[in-house]
Write a protein that binds this ligand. Sequence first.
Ligand code: SF4
Ligand code: SF4
Length: 272
Amino acid sequence: PAAYGNVTGSMSVMDFLGKDYRSVLGLPVINIPGCAPVGDNFTDAVQAILLFLQGLGPLPEFDELGRPAWQFSETVHRRCVRAGYYEEGTFAKEYGDPECLVEIGCWGPVVQCNITEKGAVAHMGGCMNAGGPCIGCTMPGFPDKFSPFYKSPPGSLFSSNASRVLGSIVRPLRRISQRERNREIRWHETVSSGWAMEKGDVSLTHKVLEFFYEAMQFQGAKRPERHRTEDKSSSGYQSLPERLYGKDYQVLPEQRGRKAEKRGEHTEGGEE
Ligand code: SF4
Ligand code: SF4
């Protein structure tokens, strides 16, 4: 209601009372901003003040605008559920898309708000959690300095395009690492699951990149493995699979037969 041109003359309590105002407790105005403010932020601030006044809690910290610093010092972007999309340079084109909303008008990177952690009501919902771009309602410049709503902020031209360029390199590399880490050590090409019987299609690029990736990953560290004699139990204990399948116990069943045949051993049913 305090937007330019409002006919009511409304303004914030701080503007109305002035910077020299002090309450009977000697406090200046405390602002819990928002349109409407998150109820939990209000009760949280009241609780912190009461605990302090009772000598049971530390002195609550407020910023230069009288906002509880523990609630409003971080931008909402830093803890947004969509921040990973921003970082990978993928952006929503229309409402309902799951990606970052900056190109359809989200001001989150410059807005101090905690709704993505606190939720709107009872720790649920909240703007970006529910698909709505941030229009800066906790900021003193709201609404005029964030209008027109739902138009991408000018600053995002630089930052989102920088993320897009970086993301176009990072995303495919991450997919390679992700695919590789979706494979168990004992099965790599063929997934041991009724959900995916097809043969894995691993490209040469994948193999080369993963080779160097693993070399860096295990540089100066021991690779996990269980065939080394010093790793065997000193008591001579062997797990059931180890007793049944010998040194091939970590190999997939369909591969044990082939391995045994190569060694010239007889296997029952050609499998084990
Ligand atoms: S939706 Fe907004 S707050 Fe969330 S990552 Fe994108 S720009 Fe940041
Ligand atoms: S995310 Fe933005 S629009 Fe939503 S409550 Fe916070 S400041 Fe207001």
